[in-house]
Design a protein around this ligand. Structure first.
Ligand SMILES: Cc1ncc(COP(=O)(O)O)c(C=O)c1O
Length: 419
């Protein structure tokens, strides 16, 4: 069970709204830092453990800077994300570049920064060589186990055999051989087959799978692996009845296998790294929105001033995000509403048939767990503008870390003079 609370009072939000009108995302710095420390503490036994924060989850530079201070690297998937990393002072192997269908200019930037390049396909060896002149000394490949992990994956990431990512096992063998022949000296092995996974065993099984593969590849090809990357995917307990992943449990399970497989085969030290995004920022973000309208037709609707462009997950995958009406936390949930935004799309709903206390226009609703894949998935459909992002500091003060878009921002890419 996860008690869904908010780290601010109604009074505080009423004060904040005077300067920053709703809707906005607000992030809880202290809770985010505490969680990052917890993640690192769980894996202290791992030589060189690092979480490469998946920038796509929340590309807000202020937040990434906080995570850098907590020891995290960055997992970038595009040129823009690489530039964010560069501007925040990340260098070399603090950056993992995991992308797919990659343009040459992205590889060039990754090389310029000395990032660890993680290839998504066997044909990308040649593509990379052409793009950057020569292969880097350290190279990583992304493994897709396909039908070997039949029951893994979900709507977010695809079942391994249907997912567009990574190399097959046969291709991996060939790819590392080619890389070795072309002078690559250090190797990494990556996979990412879970997304929003709450079963801790899934991560232990993934480590097990990669340990076996490291053993096989090392023996067959005479190469040494620097690291394995278990990918991201540690889930968030979005629903109150869900339980967050027990990090200590995962760590203990992996440690046992590390001794049995890696140490026994004299393949240690082997770094184990991850690239979680969702669990790092997700639970520490809140979308704050004001109720504009109440509408009663065949169903009862609550219209808020945020919409799917502020948080796409419910409309896109039917994802659950908890809702709190500020000041009504302890009121009985006597009413059933669909909570909707104003897009001309009927799936622009934050919740369907949600039991909530009686709501009135003017009430402030907090939508929970919006710190990952929230703002970052935003868009401008229907001329909607992206909201501000605020940071709730450990001292209780609020800092604007991204201003809200203005109408001028919307028109900035257009030239009306020739129309
Ligand atoms: C390659 C890769 N790594 C890491 C992540 C982060 O996953 P999560 O935010 O679920 O931890 C993603 C998410 O899509 C991804 O595609």
């Amino acid at each position: 069970m996860t008690k869904k609370t908010v780290p601010f009072t109604k009074l505080q939000i009423e004060e904040i709204v005077k300067t920053y009108p709703t809707p906005f995302h607000i992030y809880d710095e202290k809770a985010m830092r505490d969680n990052a420390k917890k993640l690192y503490k769980a894996f202290t036994w791992v030589p060189g453990f690092k979480n490469y924060f998946a920038v796509k989850a929340n590309p807000s530079p202020h937040l990434i800077k906080i995570l850098k201070k907590e020891g995290m690297g960055v997992d970038c998937s595009s040129l823009t994300e690489l530039i964010i990393a560069e501007r925040l002072g990340f260098k070399g192997e603090e950056i993992m570049f995991t992308s797919n269908d990659t343009p040459a200019k992205d590889f060039k930037k990754a090389k310029e920064l000395g990032a660890i390049i993680n290839l998504d396909d066997i044909t990308h060896i040649e593509f990379l060589e052409k793009a950057i002149g020569t292969l880097p000394q350290l190279l990583c490949f992304r493994y897709n186990p396909g039908p070997l992990r039949k029951n893994k994956g979900n709507v977010l990431i695809g079942k391994p055999e249907d997912a567009k990512y990574g190399l097959t096992k046969e291709q991996l063998l060939k790819a590392y051989k080619i890389a070795k022949e072309k002078g690559v000296k250090r190797f990494g092995l990556h996979t990412m087959i879970a997304s929003n996974e709450l079963d801790p065993n899934a991560f232990v099984e993934t480590a097990d799978m990669l340990f076996d593969l490291v053993i096989e590849l090392s023996k067959k090809l005479g190469i040494t692996f620097d690291f394995i990357n278990l990918g991201g995917g540690i889930g968030v307990a979005y629903k109150p009845e869900q339980t967050p992943v027990g990090l200590e449990y995962v760590s203990k399970g992996i440690k046992k296998l590390y001794k049995e497989k890696i140490v026994k085969n004299k393949l240690d030290p082997l770094k184990i790294v991850m690239e979680n995004g969702r669990m790092v920022t997700g639970p520490y973000g809140y979308l704050v929105t004001t109720v504009l309208h109440k509408k009663e037709i065949y169903k009862n609707y609550i219209g808020v001033d945020a919409c799917m462009s502020n948080l796409m997950r419910p409309g896109m995958y039917g994802a659950y995000h908890h809702e709190t009406i500020l000041g009504k936390e302890n009121k009985p949930k006597t009413h059933t509403y669909d909570v909707v935004g104003s897009l001309c799309e009927n799936n622009d709903k934050f919740s369907v048939d949600r039991k909530l206390p009686k709501i009135e226009p003017g009430d402030v609703m907090v939508i929970h767990d919006t710190g990952a894949h929230g703002y970052s998935m935003g868009f401008q459909y229907n001329g909607k503008l992206r909201s501000a992002e605020l940071l709730l500091k450990p001292n209780g003060k609020v800092e604007k870390i991204r201003r809200a878009e203005t109408i001028d921002d919307y028109f900035a890419t257009l030239d009306f003079s020739h129309i």
